[in-house]
Design a protein around this ligand. Structure first.
Ligand SMILES: [Zn+2]
Length: 238
């Protein structure tokens, strides 16, 4: 074989065997999905959900309610022990108590922050409004946002609502389809996607939907992450 041919074949083999240049991998921007579960901890559902998250190796964020933290200390402890991030979702989840005034909402979340600090030695500053930051009882404006920030709270609404609170009977495939539809329509290639789910006692289908949701977003190049004090806030102002 001519020398030139030999060189050409060797170069071709080297090219095929060479891995993708690491520079190219480093340069591809990271995209994250945040699974968030509101309204826990509940006695049966939350431990089952935690087991499934562990099996799937998924980090998550729980926006907990103070009265339920008191009622279900074991489920709460398991959540903390499994290193998920914990957010504040008021003491009572009661619309009259939460939304009487700015001050009452801040009190509801400050009390819960104190409770979690005392009982579990964790510092929680991320909050989620029951019914979202633009609910029919209270409209968020700049003045309120400033008050919340002055109290060191960070605010997180969501991008995708699985609607599992309103419709706990929706099957796992349907919950996955809702995620797919909303992602395709509104959030394609967003660098951050926050998904709203729940851990009420009737949310077993939510648990069953997680594997499909995980696989869908992994294939799109996303990683899963927990929200924390450094995450970019998400809320709506009128
Ligand atoms: Zn809620």
């Amino acid at each position: 074989m001519k020398l030139l041919n030999k060189i050409f074949i060797m170069l071709s083999i080297l090219f095929i065997l060479s891995p993708i240049p690491s520079k190219a991998l480093e340069d591809s921007p990271k995209k994250y999905v945040y699974l968030t579960f509101d309204d826990g901890p509940t006695k049966g559902n939350t431990p089952r959900l935690l087991d499934e998250l562990e099996r799937l190796n998924l980090p998550a964020t729980f926006f907990v309610v103070g009265s339920l933290v008191k009622e279900n200390p074991e489920a709460m402890k398991k959540m903390v022990d499994n290193n998920h991030s914990i957010g504040l979702h008021t003491m009572s989840h009661n619309r009259n108590k939460c939304y009487g005034s700015h001050e009452s909402f801040i009190k509801e979340n400050s009390e819960l922050r104190d409770l979690l600090r005392e009982r579990y030695n964790i510092e929680c500053n991320i909050i989620r409004f029951p019914f979202g930051s633009q609910n029919s009882y209270l409209r968020m404006d700049k003045v309120f946002v400033d008050k919340l920030h002055n109290n060191n709270f960070k605010i997180f609404d969501w991008h995708i609502d699985t609607t599992d609170a309103l419709n706990p009977n929706k099957g796992p495939q349907e919950l996955l389809n809702i995620c797919k539809r909303q992602y395709e329509k509104f959030y394609k290639d967003n660098s951050n996607i926050i998904i709203l789910m729940h851990t009420n006692s009737n949310n077993d289908n939510t648990i069953k939907s997680l594997e499909g949701i995980k696989n869908y977003f992994l294939e799109l190049g996303y990683e899963f992450k927990s929200l924390d004090d450094n995450s970019k806030e998400l809320y709506h102002i009128r």
